[in-house]
Ligand binder design. Sequence first.
Ligand SMILES: Nc1ncnc2c1ncn2[C@@H]1O[C@H](COP(=O)(O)OP(=O)(O)OP(=O)(O)O)[C@@H](O)[C@H]1O
Ligand SMILES: [Mg+2]
Length: 373
Amino acid sequence: MNTEVSRVIEFRGVTKRFPDGTVAVDSLDLVVDAGKITVFVGPSGCGKTTSLRMINRMIEPTGGTITVDGRDVTAADAADLRRGIGYVIQQAGLFPHRTILDNIATVPLLLGWGKAKARGRAAELMELVGLDREMAKRYPAQLSGGQQQRVGVARALAADPPILLMDEPFSAVDPVVRESLQDELLRLQSELGKTIVFVTHDIDEAVKLGDKVAVLRVGGVLAQYDEPGHLLARPVDDFVDNFVGRDRGYRGLGFLSSDTIAIGELPTLALGEPVPDDDAWVLVIDAERHPQGWFNGADRNGATVVDAAHLVPGGSLYDIGSGSLRSALDAALSSPSGQGVAVDADGRVAGSITADDVLRVVDDVRRDDTAAA
Ligand SMILES: Nc1ncnc2c1ncn2[C@@H]1O[C@H](COP(=O)(O)OP(=O)(O)OP(=O)(O)O)[C@@H](O)[C@H]1O
Ligand SMILES: [Mg+2]
């Protein structure tokens, strides 16, 4: 949809000292890559919002420069600048007395598109962000929190700006809705390729969404700027280590490729087949080779054929095409047999993986990293 080249944003020695002396941002140096999601994360008051708002000049820096594609933002007309920058905030910030459609059409209308064209564009965007067309005539208060956030995203995208600034856009919704909004954003971004700066205080959200993550500490000092996998594997100091939190070793597996993992053979049976003689675990599949559950020969209780009543639910599945070491390990650990079920893109059983297989790959990665360092 967006044919314009996306923009690089650069902070060079950027400082914001408020009139009362508070230093919200201190000598920030950072390059926000074009067409990627960059996340600013850190504890409350560390200067995330201030940094974000200096990009579209809702706040002016007191030192240093911010450039967009090499041009100093303070040299541009603020209104012109903002036309190329979508802005999404917590609670969506919608106009309560305007319909959903007119909320989304706000910027196109300001740009003088004319009512019909602006509303046509708004309708298109409702579909893009997954909102039902019949909500067009409702008012914001008649929508759920998650739906309102979708409207906020649609409104920010209405004029197709190359840059999108998002300040804790999903923090007011419950965890389940939040996760689906995050997934939607990733899907949208894979289509749109905007330069997105996303602010959150939630490290899990940061590592899920960010191509790169900037961890800030109070006082507006950049602690670490890295890809999510590196952040989890190699926090630069105790502050970052504490901030990225518990289980970082396990969560870091989500960023390691599982391409080299060995897929073992997995004995399978169909429902209705005779019970095997031994006491081993066997995976039960349907005619399409989709997993149905496990059968344990030791628990046959006189059964002669494998029937649904004897099935033990399986664990998570590891997708050999898109899975990570984390999903491989989880498949192994959550399987009643200890053998994780690997499936192909169509969900058909491809073989088995064990926790040992995963740990072997982790060890190889560590050895390669040490050799490279
Ligand atoms: N107008 C202002 N005048 C004085 N101090 C301010 C002003 N705006 C923000 N601050 C201070 O600057 C610091 C950074 O604020 P900022 O809003 O950027 O933090 P934040 O990281 O977005 O925090 P949160 O996670 O709570 O939203 C805070 O100490 C805040 O109190
Ligand atoms: Mg903030």
